[in-house]
Write a protein that binds this ligand. Structure first.
Ligand code: PMP
Length: 444
């Protein structure tokens, strides 16, 4: 493959943008390919090379790159009527109605412009509502580029994970390993009266894909109830992907107080949202006194794209299609790896998938299909990583060596590091999946 054009663009980008990109994860070594356009389940780069795309914008593009006619028409119409107004529009109400109708834990919703803004606002709301400062998050979790969650360390011994964040932010953030019921019990026993909220993804999607063990979310629900704290599900990735229109909370039957959304709910345009019980969400200004505001919030083009995307999903068998392809990929990759890799695990559920190269066969070789973690008697249970630290011990160099350069040269676009999930879209075909599996076979 020729990448001259991408390399030249990257040289230009490096002199005008820090690291040559606008989001760190895009800065792939030695240089990323620059995208010219998307086409169904594929992207075409600046040099005209075509890739099967399993990055899908890091999750928003459930329908792939070709928007259905209804989505495209709605977006074009909104854009042609003046992109935004600083006054409310009907389409915001319609999207809010759609979300509250389908997502069990959501009675009201406030739209914002990114997943980060959603989690920042949710944490502020939880603090304002409870009058407490501390939040509990999972080790290795990611909730966007926000001060309160960019921390490292264990329990109360946390420190900012980036320069530029005052220590005082980390002082209010406690961390526990995902799936460790004892740890979260202990943290509540010690700090329960100061904890505003537990913030977690229902499935860790930025850390290799880690599924909850049986009863974990119920433990979080019970403890937060018992101590008067809120349970916040960050469904920025899982929202409208895992568990269909009911999202992961519907799949797991857990009822969070607040839910954060991003990605799919904006149909490919910048979006975030905070949903939850009316009694809590109404504490946002102007109904309540927890300040929340934004020039672009509820942007009509985004709202139209999100609404028509979700309507399309509701009326077509999108989830059956993407979940079946996801399952085919996960089991196909596991079969290939069984012969070729010393130690690995294949993780994912619904339309999410990832390979983790484990050290010394830590989990044995195997395929951890999502539901396995819910059932300790499942023969695959041992193959599933249970927390962020399990994934941290993976052979990340192996991922970087094989999957980025080699799979890219095979025409398959995967997330460039060991940790981030990959996604199947409605635009992917059986043929794309078979081609991708052939590529995995050659590369491995
Ligand atoms: N929460 C989760 C779970 C995410 O995966 C992400 C981004 N991948 C965010 C929050 C932040 O979203 P955004 O990048 O839109 O700010």
């Amino acid at each position: 493959m020729n990448h001259d054009e991408s390399r030249d663009l990257y040289d230009r980008a490096l002199s005008v943008m820090p690291g040559g990109v606008n989001s760190s994860v895009r800065a792939i070594r030695p240089y990323p390919f620059f995208v010219q356009k998307g086409d169904g389940g594929h992207v075409i780069d600046a040099d005209g090379n075509r890739y099967i795309d399993f990055v899908m914008g890091y999750g928003p593009l459930l329908l792939g790159h070709d928007l259905p006619e209804t989505v495209r028409a709605a977006v074009q119409q909104r854009a042609s009527e003046g992109p935004m107004y600083g006054a409310p529009t009907e389409v915001e109400v319609e999207l809010a109605e759609f979300v509250t109708r389908h997502v069990p834990g959501v009675e009201m919703v406030r739209f914002v412009n990114s997943g980060t803004e959603a989690t920042v606002s949710a944490v502020r709301l939880a603090r304002g509502y409870t009058g407490r400062d501390k939040i509990v998050i999972m080790e290795g979790s990611y909730h966007g580029a926000q001060e309160s969650t960019l921390v490292e360390g264990e329990r109360e011994h946390t420190a900012p994970s980036s320069p530029g964040i005052p220590e005082s932010f980390a002082e209010h953030t406690l961390t526990v390993p995902f799936n460790d019921k004892t740890a979260v019990h202990e943290v509540f026993e010690e700090h329960g009266d100061d904890i505003a909220a537990v913030l977690t993804e229902p499935i860790l999607g930025n850390h290799g894909i880690v599924h909850p063990i049986e009863g974990y979310h119920e433990t979080l629900r019970d403890l937060t109830d018992q101590y008067g704290a809120l349970l916040i599900f960050d469904e920025v990735i899982t929202g409208f992907r895992v568990g269909g229109l009911q999202c992961a909370q519907g799949k797991f039957g857990v009822d969070p107080d607040l839910t954060t959304f991003g990605k799919i709910v904006g149909g490919g345009f910048p979006v975030g949202a905070i949903g939850g019980k009316s009694e809590i969400v109404e504490h946002f200004t102007p109904a309540g006194d927890v300040f929340q505001s934004g020039t672009f919030s509820g942007h009509p083009v985004t709202m139209a794209a999100g609404l028509e995307t979700l309507r399309y999903v509701a009326e077509n068998d999108v989830y059956d299609h993407v979940n079946a392809l996801g399952e085919r990929l996960r089991s196909g990759i596991a079969d290939i790896l069984e012969d070729q890799a010393p130690a690995y695990t294949v993780v994912g559920t619904d339309s999410m998938f990832k390979v983790i190269f484990t050290r010394d066969g830590e989990f044995g070789k195997g395929h951890c299909e999502g539901g396995c973690t819910q059932d300790p008697t499942c023969p695959r249970y041992e193959f599933c990583p249970k927390n962020g630290a399990d994934v941290d011990r993976a052979e990340t160099e192996r991922w970087e060596r094989l999957f980025w350069p080699a799979m890219k040269e095979e025409g398959v676009f995967l997330t460039p590091n060991q940790f981030e999930s990959q996604f199947v879209s409605a635009a992917h075909t059986d043929e794309d999946v078979e081609q991708a599996l052939e590529a995995y076979k050659r590369v491995l």
